[in-house]
Design a protein around this ligand. Structure first.
Ligand SMILES: N[C@@H](CCSC[C@H](N)C(=O)O)C(=O)O
Length: 854
């Protein structure tokens, strides 16, 4: 046999032998690798402990009573578990990297670290002074529970067994139990040791009927061995092993397991101070726009977000300047060949509020910063029952530990904090216009927080609240006052005039759907305009329409007569008329579109552009009540402030009065919030709840109301009436309207040419209620000059050419045929139409009065 042939046979034999051995024991290789890795792991622990031996400078004796690690012989299962062991010295997180948790840390030291590290001190107290064998950290995901657990291991010098569910899940029946036994036997060999189980609810969740037998056996085995930890060894030395669990679903943990963790520590969402630190750390050396980045503001609006959410929001925001730069480069002549990272602009506040498709909401030339406050912390106290501490099941994963996690410093629940740490963690770091601590005011609903932005119909329904019970609907916090934790305050809310959780929830939701960074809810639409017009001072000039809601006209007239504000009424459908009046005294341009009741259309983008070009300080304010955010977002097309009567479409049932305001400018938002707090016009908790409920059905109501309105408008037009409705092609500003809006709304008007005829029609209607207002689910009919606009005196109405006979129809969600039938009958009964064998036709209407003017 040649040398070459022999070599070939040898190699073949070896290959076969290895193959056969694999067939005989497919896990052999895996086990061997585990053994080697585990040995390497333990070797590191041993080396560290030997280095630390005799180093009793800190008063601890971590190495005392420890088994000689070089003598450790591990079985195959212990080897598998040993893969999850981390030497305390290898954990880069200590208590000094955690801020705001002093009380919890102190308790952790007393109840775990000292008994683990100085057992001789505790011996005289017997079992009473031993470390508890189980400790639970619970709270929302992404708040640093894992980091806290690791810090405990680091500080105590204990071996850290980071137990993953996959470690205990073995395919061979019975192996899982062996692994559980290995966890405890290894912990005994390595003690002091911490067995850390993240998401303990997944491993040791509530036992249920029908549960797999193996799973039940694992839990039973785990509990038996856990109970054994309380026993002492032959020398009377207690075990120094603690099972440390972390969960964001405390209610899902088996009762029997919970009893074995007598110490429970809430780790709530980060407070304002922690969020500032998180932002500092996560943003690191990310380039910031010195003029347009407000870290404090971002810290405030991220209230209610976990550390991992904030990190995700930062990641999204940081992409905006980069994306913008790449687009510019692609579009430029130089293309991508001349990219220079130094030319990428710094991150701005507005980058945190990007909109779907990367379109940034913020107007390029205007500051988009907003100040807001904090949401309530929902973390229950240590003593609270499990039921009370159930966290919302929002499906977020807890953050993986990495360097960035140093930022996820949890804050103790307020009622656990000492006055000193409360002072250090003072919640309200901002002051109002008078220099007083700024109480809570609304933050936007969704700084991106890494989540997809849905279509409006979805966003209207989808709410993000971290209610402690996961309530689907925001609770009504029917409370005027909120208890504080010390004389310094310390809680998020103090007095409902200043802020109320139900109102805050609504305001955040409104901000989201109105494409604003700040929304405010007050007692009525006119209350909203009152808040806005308090931005004016004597000598300021306001330019507004000549076809204007009566209440708006009344308030402006009051300001003109009593507050030294100059008010110009012009035809705002003609942008040139507005432009001609703009001067450096112009403080506000106040627009309605469609106008009420003549349904004229105003070109918001053109007027806003011209206004801002002529006077950058002038504010463009839009009353969007006629369309609602469902059909128009004036802030997207140049407005600075938008307001609406929440009594109308937003609530939809005419069972509350409400007003909402939205903007994207922090200073303006602060000023308006100041007025609301100072005057006490904030929306009540109960009405906030109702408005929130109404908003959720806005899309479906508006859809039906609009479809009905279109049918009615076409019906009237086809019977010879001149109808004012932007859904009709005959509307002279049809194209302009559709260039801005997503729908025509559900308010239309028509004239009869005769006031008494109009009266007869209105009074003959049965299904159509004679009522002011609009946007409600039931249909209304009114004569504006007698009703909603009666506050405009007859002379002014005449000057402004308001047709006294005009009838306004506000269409509801009823069956359209019923509405048409009732209206037909009313028209016939009132004598407004001539009936022929072919149907009926409007009697001659004064064409001049009835033709909508552009
Ligand atoms: N009597 C009230 C009339 C309210 S009108 C309500 C609504 N804005 C509408 O246009 O119908 C008043 O004096 O303000």
């Amino acid at each position: 046999m040649s040398e070459q042939k022999r070599l070939k046979e040898l190699v073949t034999g070896l290959v076969v032998a290895v193959g056969v051995s694999k067939l005989v024991d497919p896990d052999r290789e895996k086990n061997e690798q585990a053994r080697l890795k585990a040995q390497a792991n333990l070797q590191r622990i041993r080396r560290k402990r030997v280095e630390g031996e005799g180093d009793g400078g800190d008063g601890t004796d971590a190495s005392r009573h420890t088994n000689r690690l070089e003598d450790l012989v591990l079985n195959e299962y212990e080897n598998q578990v040993a893969l999850e062991v981390v030497a305390p010295e290898d954990i880069p997180v200590g208590f000094d990297a955690i801020g705001g948790l002093e009380d919890i840390i102190e308790e952790l030291k007393e109840s775990i670290i000292y008994p683990l590290t100085m057992p001789h001190l505790y011996r005289h107290g017997g079992a009473l002074l031993a470390a508890p064998s189980g400790v639970l950290l619970y709270g929302p995901p992404g708040c640093g529970k894992t980091m806290l657990a690791k810090a405990v291991a680091h500080e105590s010098g204990a071996s850290f067994i980071n137990l993953h569910i996959s470690t205990l899940t073995e395919k061979w029946y019975g192996d899982s139990n062996k692994l559980v036994r290995a966890v405890f036997s290894l912990a005994k060999k390595l003690q002091p040791a911490i067995i850390f189980i993240d998401e303990i609810d997944a491993v040791l969740g509530t036992r249920r009927s029908g549960e797999h037998e193996a799973s039940g056996m694992v839990k039973a085995e785990f509990m038996t061995l856990w109970d054994g930890l309380t026993s002492t060894n032959a020398a009377g030395v207690p075990n120094r092993i603690v099972v440390l669990g972390a969960t964001n679903r405390i209610n899902d943990i088996d009762e029997a397991i919970l009893r074995r963790m007598p110490k429970k520590f809430p780790v709530p969402l980060p407070g304002i101070g922690q969020r500032q630190r998180i932002l500092q750390l996560v943003l690191g050396d990310t380039k910031r726009d010195p003029e347009r980045f407000d870290l404090d503001y971002i810290a405030r609006v991220t209230s209610g977000m976990s550390g991992s959410d904030i990190k995700e929001a930062c990641r999204d925001a940081a992409m905006v300047p980069m994306r913008e730069y790449i687009r510019q480069q692609r579009a430029s002549a130089g293309g991508m060949s001349q990219v220079n990272p130094d030319h990428v602009r710094g991150i701005r506040t507005e980058d945190f509020f990007g909109r779907r498709g990367g379109r940034v909401l913020a107007a390029e030339t205007r500051s988009r910063q907003t100040s807001t406050a904090n949401a309530q912390s929902n973390a229950p106290s240590n003593e609270q029952s499990n039921e009370q501490s159930k966290d919302s099941s929002d499906g977020y994963e807890d953050v993986e530990e990495d360097e960035d996690d140093k930022a996820f410093v949890p804050m103790a629940a307020p009622n656990r904090m000492s006055p000193a740490s409360q002072a250090a963690n003072k919640v309200f770091t901002r002051v109002d216009l008078d220099g007083h601590a700024l109480p809570p005011s609304p933050a936007p609903s969704s700084p991106l927080s890494g989540r997809k932005r849905y279509a409006l119909a979805t966003e209207l329904v989808y709410t993000e609240s971290k209610d402690q019970y996961g309530s689907s609907s925001i609770p009504i916090y029917q409370s005027a006052t909120f208890k504080q934790t010390s004389s310094n305050g310390g809680n998020e809310y103090d007095y409902t005039r200043s802020g109320n959780p139900t109102r805050t929830h609504l305001e955040r939701h409104l901000a989201k759907i109105m494409n604003a960074t700040r929304a405010l809810a007050v007692g009525s639409g006119m209350g909203a305009l009152d808040v806005i017009t308090r931005l004016l001072k004597p000598g300021d000039e306001v330019i507004t329409g000549d076809d204007l809601y009566g209440g708006t006209n009344r308030l402006l007239t009051y300001l003109k007569n009593n507050q030294g504000v100059v008010v110009h009424h012009v035809d705002t459908t003609n942008a040139d008329s507005v432009n001609a009046l703009i001067s450096d005294k112009t403080a506000m341009v106040l627009l309605e579109t469609p106008t009420n009741p003549l349904i004229k259309i105003v070109d918001i983008p053109s007027i806003a552009r011209a206004t801002h070009e002529a006077n950058s300080k002038a504010l463009v304010v839009v009353d969007n009540t006629m369309l609602s955010p469902m059909l128009l977002n004036p802030l997207d097309i140049g407005a600075d402030i938008v307001y609406e009567s929440g009594t109308k479409y937003l609530s939809g049932h005419h069972d509350i009065m409400a007003g909402v305001i939205a903007c994207n400018d922090s200073e303006i938002g602060d000023k308006m919030y100041f007025t609301i707090n100072a005057t006490g016009c904030g929306l009540s908790p109960n009405d906030s709840f109702l408005l929130m409920r109404g908003v959720k059905t806005l899309a479906i109501r508006m859809e039906k109301q609009q479809a009905n309105a279109q049918r009615i408008a076409e019906f009237l037009e086809s019977h010879g009436f001149r109808v004012r409705y932007p859904g009709l092609k005959s509307h002279p500003q049809y194209d302009l309207h559709w260039s801005m809006a997503r729908g025509a709304g559900a308010v239309l008007s028509f004239e009869t040419g005769d006031v008494t005829l109009s009266e007869r029609i209105v009074e003959a209607a049965r299904l159509w209620a004679i009522s002011v207002s609009f946007g409600c689910v039931n249909s209304l009919i009114s004569m504006p000059c007698r009703m909603s606009h009666a506050s405009i005196d007859a002379k002014t109405r005449e000057e402004r050419q308001m047709p006294e006979d005009i009838i306004r129809l506000c269409v509801g969600i009823e069956d359209a045929d019923d509405l048409i039938e009732d209206l037909s009958r009313a028209l016939v009964q009132a004598g407004a139409v001539t009936v022929t064998l072919d149907g009926f036709h409007a009697n001659d209407v004064d064409a001049e009065a009835a033709t909508p003017s552009a």
